[in-house]
Design a protein around this ligand. Structure first.
Ligand code: NAP
Ligand code: MG
Length: 487
């Protein structure tokens, strides 16, 4: 299979003819050769988006919404195919892609389809005799750089609000996992999105991604990925001072108090860290557990971890698949050595699983490491099935450990004490807090972080603000207002 770029409503070859293979991380066989966009292709996409923009922006919001609703239906009608594609390209188990990623993708397009004609401006109380109203205009042409960890879902998170608000999109999926975004492009053409409104161009980050961030005619760039590349995007955006939205790394604190429901902690935390092989910015990567319950929690958590079924993502019984690439697998495994060098104790996992079925793939055993809060493994984003655990005595100590990294994206709290839960939720430095649960997301609930986790919010009404600019319009409604220079 050889894919093409989606520009101006058509699938076209890249101008350079360059391709890159996308692999199935289960066995590293080639799935398809992907046409790679370079600068000239991005320029073509921007030209198409600019041509489409006036009509798209001025279309009745309800009609824009209806197209997003149709797309949601088309995604559901193609659920099995999309789930399979996502599983072979990324390594996510099919039970997740089929029953989480695909439904959530459809739900996101549906939510923002409904939002399109409900996102209102306002009238501001100002001096008597004047009417001041505020409208929200689209930003224009927006560039979107999607990472490889949830490519299908993140395509919807980025694209749906941008389109609902009346923007046109130039999107670059990650080079490792472009297939599901291209499948969405096919469905968009099928349900009748006007040409040029959305353009999807796989390409290399440092070439196509960088150029999108620099492009003088792109008015906003939304980026999800590492903090290091987020900084580059900010620098590249400065030429035309484009709006920037950054969803970067995390180092999720997961605090277990002595009064927690331990069975719920074990299940919720295992989902928090091992779902999608830990390749999530909101992964529950640091368990901070009260010393009085640490032994019991760890005994049960390690037992559950050892029982997790690794295997081919297409097997419906598989609970954890491979990481997305061999390079990433090796990066994750390197943190096992880093942990040991600093005195960390590997409680379980820490290597590639034994067995024929895993030999060619990007597998890593689910891993738990006892480490100090200042160790590198407790500070740096590993982005794999790798959880550190540390103990605490007082609430203040737990809070200091939780807030003791440069990140601030998601955090979990497990306690039956209502006041403590809300007090901690207030004090934790992060964009999202989960109490007696972990990693809940919904199209209506704002998603994003503080500090090195980036800025701006996805989802909900918040993201509609991110994809619009406020315009304040003043009207003199009183002919009797005295002049400033009376004559
Ligand atoms: P990355 O380099 O930040 O890649 C994320 C996306 O940015 C990809 O689409 C990438 O394209 C693109 N990109 C790379 N360089 C760019 C540039 N100069 N300008 C614009 N876009 C650029 O992340 P990675 O190397 O794949 O993964 C490394 C670490 O990043 C992970 O271990 C994890 O810690 C973090 N990460 C976080 C998230 C998240 O959800 N917050 C997602 C992914 C990675 P290409 O893939 O084509 O290079
Ligand atoms: Mg792949």
């Amino acid at each position: 299979m050889q894919t093409q770029l989606f520009i101006d409503g058509n699938f076209v070859p890249s101008l350079s003819g360059e391709t890159l293979a996308t692999l199935n991380p289960h066995d590293n066989t080639v799935i398809a050769d992907i046409a790679m966009a370079n600068h000239a292709d991005i320029d073509r996409a921007v030209t198409a988006a600019k041509a489409a923009y006036p009509a798209w922006k001025n279309m009745a919001a309800a009609d824009r919404g209806r197209l997003l609703l149709k797309l949601a239906d088309a995604i559901e009608a193609n659920a099995d195919r999309l789930a399979q594609l996502e599983s072979i390209d990324t390594g996510h188990p099919i039970r997740d892609t089929r029953f989480l990623d695909v439904p959530r993708t459809a739900a996101t397009f549906r939510y923002f389809g409904g939002m399109a004609d409900k996102f209102e401006g306002s009238v501001i109380p100002v001096d008597a005799g004047f009417l001041n109203y505020l409208t929200r205009e689209p930003v224009g042409i927006v560039g979107q750089v999607v990472p490889w960890n949830f490519p299908l879902m993140f395509t919807s998170w980025k694209m749906a609000p941008a389109l609902a608000a009346g923007n046109c999109v130039v999107m670059k999926p990650a080079e490792l996992t472009p297939l599901s975004s291209l499948a969405i492009a096919e469905l968009m053409a099928e349900v009748g999105f006007p040409k040029g409104v959305v353009n999807i161009l796989p390409g290399l980050g440092h070439i196509a991604g960088q150029y999108i961030a620099e492009h003088p005619e792109i008015s906003k760039v939304a980026f999800t990925g590492s903090t290091a590349v987020g900084r580059k995007v900010v620098q590249a955006s400065s030429g035309n001072l484009k709006k920037v939205q950054l969803e970067l790394g995390g180092k999720g604190a997961n605090i277990v108090f002595a009064d927690a429901n331990i069975a719920a902690v074990v299940q919720g935390s295992a989902f928090g860290i091992f779902h999608n092989q830990g390749q999530a910015c909101i992964a529950a990567s640091r368990m901070i557990v009260h010393e009085s319950v640490a032994d019991e929690v760890l005994e049960k958590f390690v037992a559950l971890t050892r029982s997790i079924k690794l295997g081919n993502p297409l097997d419906p019984k598989t609970e954890m698949g491979p990481l997305t690439s061999l390079q990433h697998r090796d990066r994750v495994l390197s943190y096992v050595d880093i942990a040991r060098e600093q005195g960390g104790d590997v409680l379980t996992g820490g290597k590639t699983p034994d067995g024929e079925g895993f030999a060619k793939g990007c597998y890593v055993e689910p891993t738990i490491v006892h480490a100090k809060p200042t160790d590198r493994v407790s500070q740096e984003e590993v982005f794999g099935p790798f959880m550190t655990v540390t103990t605490f005595r007082t609430d203040e100590e737990a809070l200091a450990i939780a807030n003791g990294t440069e990140y601030g994206l998601g955090a979990g709290l497990w306690t039956r004490d209502l006041q403590r839960a809300h007090q901690m939720a207030r004090e934790i430095r992060s964009g999202m807090v989960w109490i007696n649960c972990y990693k809940r997301v919904s199209p209506g609930s704002p998603f994003g972080g503080v500090g090195a986790s980036g800025y701006g919010r996805e989802m909900g009404f918040e993201v509609m603000r991110e994809y619009t600019q406020a315009k304040s319009v003043w009207v003199n409604v009183d002919a009797k207002i005295p002049p400033y220079f009376p004559r």
